[in-house]
Ligand binder design. Structure first.
Ligand code: NAP
Length: 324
């Protein structure tokens, strides 16, 4: 069975940074890439707030730079997703992938990230790819000249909404309150954008159409009144949920399902560290994920060298005294 010193699960900014640091520490990490190399930033049109790039750069560009930098120091990539882990039977840990591999690992960095939250309304799942989308960068092009709506009032909704005005004829932002959560800079840009308008205190009850989305049912949250509203696209940006399904019963999580870590990025299992959005419901920036990936890798490196030194000093029969 393939036995690794370090396995990094996930390849977003946290994972690629953990890979870079553990690679530079000569630990030869194996990165299990997951469904999308780079994670969410790979489908981000432009990253304007990552230091060192005053003109901004595209998400895919940043991912490729991070991937190549970690590879230069010895990181290796397995283009598969993790289907199962066993962290509860001691070391080495077991990591199974969906391409049939069973890997053993002395240590693991969990960086599985988060996925877009769903509205969970009738028509949402049915019309994904036929008018419903969670990614402006991926799908904006298909909505040239069309009237579309964006759902949400945070930074993502406004940033993506502004981007979508490049293609769409009209972008209406549907928000459940009368005040945006997004920061003032994005609010100003959105309010000044001629193609954007806002529908306040309103939620979508249903997405419908003939083959593809052609209308939605809106509800005023104050009056309860509903009405049909024609639209050809529904872009949903209402936050994210941690990708934690493989860690249930393996790692301690908070009530929202985020993996719990301490200041050293240690999880509830010794030897398993976590970084990025799987354990961060607050900041969720490329910059903070990079910082957390750095910290996790440094803690891991220190822990692994101390553990290996202890194991070398302690003969095996002393380390596991027999009970009688
Ligand atoms: P967010 O800040 O959590 O905003 C989610 C928005 O969706 C909120 O306006 C919320 O309404 C609304 N919402 C949540 N559940 C809903 C539901 N079931 N139905 C209708 N509306 C719902 O998420 P985000 O915009 O994805 O941002 C996440 C983090 O990334 C934030 O820290 C943000 O600052 C950051 N971010 C930064 C940038 C940037 O700096 N350029 C870009 C993107 C994201 P309420 O306001 O009523 O709760």
């Amino acid at each position: 069975m393939q036995h690794e010193k370090v396995i990094v699960i996930g390849s977003g900014p946290a994972g690629l940074t953990a890979a870079l640091y553990t690679a530079r520490a000569q630990l030869n990490p194996l990165v299990i890439v997951g469904p999308q190399l780079g994670g969410q930033v790979a489908i981000t049109h432009e990253v304007e707030n990552y230091p060192g790039f005053p003109e901004g750069l595209s998400g895919p560009d940043l991912v490729e730079k991070m991937r190549a930098q970690a590879e230069r120091f010895g990181a290796r990539y397995e283009y598969a997703s993790v289907s199962e882990v066993d962290f509860t039977h001691g070391r080495p840990f077991t990591v199974k992938t969906d391409n049939g591999k069973i890997l053993l690992a002395d240590s693991v960095v969990v960086t599985s990230g988060a996925s877009p939250r769903k509205l969970q309304i009738p028509g949402e799942d049915e019309y994904v790819g036929r008018g419903v989308s969670y990614c402006g960068t991926c799908d904006g092009f298909f909505f040239r000249g069309k009237d579309i709506v964006v759902v949400g009032g945070g930074d993502s909704a406004l940033e993506e909404g502004i981007f979508l005005t490049r293609f769409a004829n009209k972008v209406e932002v549907i928000h459940r309150r009368d005040e945006l959560r997004a920061g003032p800079f994005l609010q100003k840009r959105a309010f000044n954008n001629e193609k954007m308008s806002f529908v306040w205190n309103t939620v979508i009850d249903e997405i419908a159409g003939e083959g593809a989305v052609d209308h939605i049912v809106l509800r005023d949250v104050n009056t309860g009144e509903t009405r049909q509203h024609p639209t050809e696209g529904v872009f949903i940006f209402i936050g994210h949920e941690p990708n934690n399904s493989i860690y249930k019963d393996q790692l301690e999580m908070d009530e929202e399902g985020y993996v719990i870590t301490d200041k050293l990025m240690r999880t509830s299992v010794e030897g398993v560290f976590a970084a990025g959005e799987i354990q961060d419901p607050i900041y969720r920036q490329v910059g903070t994920s990079v910082g957390q990936g750095t910290a996790a890798a440094m803690s891991l490196e220190r822990w692994l060298s101390e553990t290996e030194a202890e194991e070398e000093e302690t003969p095996a029969n002393e380390a596991t005294p027999e009970l009688n």
